[in-house]
Write a protein that binds this ligand. Structure first.
Ligand SMILES: Nc1nc2c(c(=O)[nH]1)N[C@H]1C(S)=C(S)[C@@H](COP(=O)(O)O)O[C@H]1N2
Ligand SMILES: [Mo]
Length: 393
């Protein structure tokens, strides 16, 4: 299967700080998204709504974002390792999860876990590298612009309930460590490639074992049959096909924990003493218009998130940040970890416009104008680089 090139991809321009407008995906020296085929495990995605970078890396088109909830047909996908076979979701309730670092360590099936009580929470799922394409330096990794993020509804069991069922935390627990269920090829040191992430134990307040997304059983592409989800935490911490959850004294020895997802200066190597990509931060971006529009009253729309604190406001600028106007939220408040769509009607006579948005959360954090570079291009929330240049004709 192949599909037509999506024109939007070539028309969207961004305003990079202090430089002329540059097309995001076509900046020289940066890989362009392939018009590749959707891999089998993600064949349910709508081709026009996504960019297929690789068989394990799929980005949502900016123009396909917006709205309160991101449909699974357009939600991004990021796998560090090849996804397990479809058959792992054949018997979800039979999926076994090992629970360690508790008074009575052992295993529970997903069916047992479900009987402990189910909750539903909306949360943004966002890759640490979302916005990587906007950095001025060369970064390795997928050149995501805004589409490695979506807002979804998770249904699952609070991890606290699972821990309590196993007799409560063992002494000395400092981290929650989740292990992904991918098979590690024989002969390889698992620590070099396995997806095992540790997050601070305080995250027990919101961590859950999720088994549904947007009311559907979790597909393999998004971690089925069971996934550890910590609303408010960057994507990598939401371990798919979770086969083990342990309360641990130390962080995982896996490379993805020890040196991966560490924020450091450009040129520096990753090390355990550097900040890890845990909690998300306040961020917003415009999703329409992205292309030339007819003059008159123009509806500017986008999405805004608060990270781990409810988004409380978002301002929009049509002049590259010289002046700002408060936008209205157009979707419901679905909690601190969720995003909300916003809209502003603006009178725009013919001309060139730099459309920017700037969100604020309940904690009082506002997006900065510029975001300092870091080696791997993580966590960009600067409003200027997320602006779009639009010509009104
Ligand atoms: N087991 C496992 N969990 C994983 C990953 C993975 O490769 N394996 N990738 C992580 C990363 S880096 C991200 S951004 C999210 C992506 O979630 P999605 O593919 O459902 O969008 O899953 C995270 N959980
Ligand atoms: Mo990620």
């Amino acid at each position: 299967m192949s599909y037509p090139i999506n024109r939007r991809r070539f028309l969207v321009t961004t305003a990079a700080a202090g430089t002329a407008a540059a097309t995001v995906q076509l900046t020289p020296g940066r890989a362009a998204a392939q018009d590749g085929e959707l891999p089998d495990f993600a064949s349910f995605k709508t081709p026009d709504d996504v960019m297929v970078w690789t068989g394990n890396t799929i980005e949502t088109e900016r123009g396909a974002q917006g709205g309160s909830i991101t449909g699974l047909s357009s939600l991004f996908v990021r796998n560090n390792l090849p996804a397990p076979p479809q058959s792992i979701t054949d018997d979800p309730d039979g999926w076994v999860i090992e629970i360690d670092g508790v008074a009575n360590p052992g295993s529970m099936t997903l069916g047992d876990i479900k009987r402990l009580g189910v909750i539903t929470v909306s949360s943004v799922l966002q890759c640490s590298g979302n916005g990587r394409a906007f950095f001025g330096h060369e970064t390795s990794g997928t050149q995501w612009s805004v589409g490695a993020a979506g807002n979804v509804v998770w249904t699952g069991v609070p991890l606290n309930a699972v821990i309590a069922a196993m007799g409560g935390p063992a002494d000395g627990a400092n981290f929650i460590t989740g292990t992904g269920g991918e098979e590690i090829p024989a002969g390889l040191d698992p620590n070099t490639i396995m997806v095992e992430r540790s997050i601070p134990i305080g995250a027990l307040d919101q961590a859950m074992i999720a088994f549904e997304v947007n009311g559907e059983p979790l597909p393999v592409a998004h971690g089925g049959p069971a996934r550890m989800v910590t609303p408010g935490y960057f994507g990598v911490n939401n371990v798919k096909y979770v086969k083990k959850v342990a309360l641990t004294a130390e962080e995982s020895q896996a490379k993805i924990q020890q040196s991966g997802y560490r924020v450091r200066e450009v040129g520096a190597g990753g090390a355990p003493d550097q900040p890890s990509m845990y909690e998300m931060v306040v961020k917003s971006w415009i999703t329409t218009p992205l292309v030339d529009v007819q003059s008159g009253k123009i509806l500017i729309e986008g999405v805004a998130m608060g990270g781990v604190s409810t988004v409380t406001g978002v301002e929009v600028s049509t002049d590259g940040g010289a002046t700002w106007q408060a936008a209205d939220f157009t979707g419901p408040d679905t909690g601190p970890f969720s995003w909300r769509p916003f809209a502003l009607m603006a009178d725009m006579p013919a001309g060139q416009y730099e459309l920017a948005s700037r969100a604020t959360n309940e904690a009082g954090d506002t997006q900065p104008e510029d975001f300092p570079p870091n080696h791997r291009g993580y966590g960009h929330n600067g409003w200027r680089d997320h602006a779009v240049l639009v010509t009104v004709v």
